[in-house]
Design a protein around this ligand. Structure first.
Ligand SMILES: *Cc1c(COP(=O)(O)O)cnc(C)c1O
Length: 342
């Protein structure tokens, strides 16, 4: 099976397992896990922030980041396909009383003018006030698209001028960094809070992090415990995440090449199904035309290729550590052949 459903499917490498086994640990609810404390500091600095908080999932890092910026009864504004809006089961509303409004975009990439037209800080006694804007980079359901640094700088300036806070869902910020060569902190400094995942393309088994100011992270730490997210010897997990950062960051470029190879094969067979030029990182979105995506996915699975159904006529392929470029090209040929029959 060539499994391209997600980059979360990666398994710990031998080197990572060795690092896990060797980790020095303590009780992190007591703040006594030395490896984890050092790792949180390191990642915060890497992203241009003061402090970091390790979380069991990216969803919890986003939940805490948005919570730290938005009081109950106010809103966070984001893209219509944002992970926080679509894939976190309404947690921001269900648990924190936060509402959302969205802007539309073709591929998840936005600009300051679009956001400026929507935000309503200090909206008065009758309307919902905007407390924060959330950006996703790279954009998952947008097809792994990168938000240009210049655009993000404009958005950051707009929010600062308007008194609106800014959160980055950077689950795949690593991919944006590797694809563009922009330093991680050049992105990170534009935001009040940033979440990053170690369990996607980086290949760690578990773990994400929220970074921000020391004050904000101290509050988020209490809320994490309240949500049941206090972990004990979490240095074991931090050791895997740190190994991923040290050894499996630059190789994300291989995933990007493999995604382009997959896309090129599909586009060769069915030119209208996708534009290979739009593949910027490790995610490829395929239009199945007149055929239901679920049907094509089932046929692909029977032929040895697993893809995600992300819309009625849309499939998603995600390349990662556990699939080679040749396998991705072969998967593209198989998917292309199935789509030719549409
Ligand atoms: C995967 C992902 C997350 C976090 O997902 P978890 O499964 O909760 O770790 C957050 N944002 C984006 C854009 C993602 O792709």
């Amino acid at each position: 099976m060539i499994d391209l459903r997600s980059d979360t499917l990666t398994r710990p490498t031998a080197g990572m397992r060795a690092a896990l086994a060797a980790a020095e640990v303590g009780d992190d609810v007591y703040g006594e896990d030395p490896a984890l404390n050092a790792f949180q500091q390191r990642v915060a600095a890497l992203l241009g922030h003061e402090a970091g908080l390790f979380t069991p999932s990216g969803s919890m890092a986003n939940l805490l980041g948005v919570w730290a910026l938005v009081p109950p009864g106010q809103e966070v504004v984001c893209d219509i396909r944002a992970h926080i809006a679509r894939a976190e089961l309404g947690a921001h509303a269900a648990l924190h009383g936060i509402t959302m409004r969205t802007w539309d975009s073709a591929d998840g990439v936005t600009d300051a003018a679009t956001i400026g037209a929507i935000i309503a800080p200090d909206a008065g006694p009758y309307l919902v006030s905007t407390a924060a804007v959330a950006i996703e980079n790279t954009h998952n359901f947008g097809g792994g698209t990168v938000q240009p640094l210049e655009t993000l700088t404009g958005i950051s300036q707009l929010c600062r001028d308007a008194g609106v806070r800014l959160h980055l869902d950077g689950a795949r910020l690593w991919n944006a960094h590797v694809a563009t060569g922009e330093p991680l902190d050049a992105y990170g400094r534009l935001f009040d809070t940033v979440s990053v995942c170690f369990s996607k393309g980086l290949g760690a088994p578990v773990g994400s992090m929220l970074v921000g100011s020391a004050e904000l992270i101290a509050r988020a730490r209490v809320q994490r415990k309240r949500l049941g997210g206090g972990m004990r010897q979490a240095g074991i997990l931090a050791a895997a995440a740190e190994y991923a950062l040290d050894h499996q960051l630059e190789r994300l470029a291989d995933d990007h090449r493999a995604a382009r190879a997959f896309a090129a094969e599909v586009a060769r067979a069915v030119p209208g199904s996708l534009d290979p030029e739009t593949v910027q990182t490790n995610i490829v979105v395929v239009d199945t035309g007149s055929r239901p995506a679920a049907e094509v996915a089932a046929e692909a699975a029977a032929a040895g290729v697993l893809l995600s159904v992300v819309g009625r006529r849309t499939l998603r392929a995600v390349t990662h550590l556990d699939v080679t470029l040749d396998e991705c090209a072969a998967a593209g040929r198989i998917a292309g052949a199935l789509l030719e029959r549409r």
